[in-house]
Design a protein around this ligand. Structure first.
Ligand SMILES: [Zn+2]
Length: 452
């Protein structure tokens, strides 16, 4: 049992409470009340944590990432490139990925996510080089489990190499039957649909310009048969719109509609270059959008119209995207960048701090089909974050401590991260891995792949 005592501000998702206590029993939040007396609980091993200087809120949920890209941060050749050129250059590095690099990059990404308040993450792993291991997803599951994050890996794929009119080189695409077979294996082996699940698989062909229409349709069929979610990149750039118009004679959303890819079990990364009718279609079908503001600014891709989406009732969450286009896995920074980008484009009332926090918690949880995380309530999974606002970067923010977690702070490391009732980050340090070892091994892997 863990008792969070005397919480300065508790944001539950719908309420902001002050001075209250929160009790965790096993993997669940069991009680939220004033003055819970640990002596009266009859549990000698209860841990009591003083939260009188902390904002406590639901753990953030990250709905788009490419963990392996933590090994390609700041690559000089693509620092100033638009998406298609950026991809074409990086494919040449990614074709040397191996199990070791997947393992350590997963620990880097998840480590930074946990340290910046994220308790659940998806990952979109779509590069499976010819001749390399076919067990990349298995390896990242092993690493994510070791570090203790709630995990939604998506089985990505590319099947349309250069020779077939796609963007990626032939060495990083797979046969479609092989992709579908491995997708089914992963679902059968790992997918846990139960409440409180620590691991769910989704299926995620990479993007309209690296897969075929057949793969989209057959992946949809498999996802429906197995009851798993679908994910891909969509409407990230105008180049993608042009590719779809040239190749299929229709825009990306129409292509997705033709393949059965609209619905509550689908969420897309980006959703920038969408017209009004396409937004209406997303709303009508309850299709979700993961907003990735930092990546979109970094690549100059554009801005998703999030305030309009929220007004219309489109389902929206937040994601850091891969680290070759962010280049961090910093969830708190993602909240601030979302706030600032939307304000820059839409004016001073475009979005509020509470709306941004909502995107990163309940909004993102909903995209992943979860009603057991993303808010703080009795009976919910104990995924909780504590942010110390007593340091110099928060001084003077007493007027609105909850807003201060978006607007203030120069060090985005949270003080406390609890996942499924277990403390994973304490005093800003990861408890489940040796951080120095992770950094050393990741740097070795990054260099090996770069020099290959
Ligand atoms: Zn992405």
């Amino acid at each position: 049992m863990i008792l969070l005592k005397n919480i300065l501000v508790l944001f539950t998702g719908s309420e902001e409470l002050s001075g209250t206590d929160l009790l965790i029993d096993g993997t669940k939040i069991s009680r939220i009340d004033d003055g819970i007396d640990p002596e009266k609980l009859g549990k000698p091993d209860i841990e009591v944590i003083d939260c009188s200087r902390w904002v406590i809120l639901p753990g953030f949920v990250n709905t788009h990432h490419h963990f392996y890209q933590t090994l390609q941060r700041c690559v000089p050749e693509v620092q100033d490139s638009p998406l298609f050129d950026w991809l074409v250059t990086l494919y040449e590095i990614w074709k040397h990925l191996d199990e070791d690099s997947i393992y350590w990059s997963t620990l880097v990404a998840c480590g930074e996510l946990l340290k910046t308040g994220c308790t659940t993450s998806s990952d979109h792993l779509y590069v499976f080089p010819a001749g390399a291991s076919s067990r990349f997803i298995d390896v990242e599951i092993e690493a994510a489990s070791r570090i203790g994050i709630r995990f939604h890996p998506t089985r990505g794929s590319m099947s349309l190499g250069k020779d077939q009119g796609g963007l990626p080189p032939n060495e990083v695409v797979q046969l479609e039957d092989e992709i579908l077979k491995d997708s089914e294996r992963l679902i059968d082996e790992y997918h846990d649909p139960q409440t409180g699940s620590m691991l769910r698989i989704a299926l995620a062909p990479c993007s309209p310009f690296s897969i075929s229409e057949r793969l989209l349709k057959e992946t949809r069929e498999l996802a429906s048969r197995k009851g798993v979610l679908l994910h891909t990149h969509l409407a990230e750039t105008e180049d993608e719109n042009s590719y779809c118009l040239d190749t299929y004679g229709i825009r990306p959303v129409e292509l997705m509609e033709r393949c059965g890819w609209l619905g509550r079990d689908v969420w897309y990364a980006h959703g920038i270059h969408l017209n009004d009718a396409e937004l209406e279609k997303l709303k009508a079908t309850e299709t979700g959008i993961c907003h990735c503001p930092t990546s979109n600014m970094r690549l100059g891709a554009g801005r998703a119209r999030v305030p309009e989406m929220l007004k219309m009732g489109v389902r929206v969450g937040l994601g850091v995207d891969g680290s070759a286009s962010n280049d961090t896995s910093d969830m708190l920074a993602e909240l601030r960048n979302c706030f600032l980008l939307q304000r820059l484009a839409g004016g001073s009332s475009a979005i509020t701090t509470r709306e941004v926090i909502g995107l990163a918690t309940s909004g993102s949880a909903d995209l992943l089909g979860r009603d057991d995380i993303g808010t703080i309530k009795e009976g919910m999974c104990a995924d909780i974050v504590g942010i110390d606002i007593s340091d110099i970067s928060h001084a003077g923010s007493l007027h609105d401590y909850l807003a201060s977690i978006v607007l203030c702070g120069s060090n985005h490391n949270v003080h406390l991260t609890i996942v499924n009732g277990k403390v994973v980050v304490r005093d800003g340090r990861l408890l489940t891995v040796d951080e120095d070892e992770v950094v050393r091994k990741a740097n070795e892997a990054a260099k090996r792949i770069r020099d290959a």
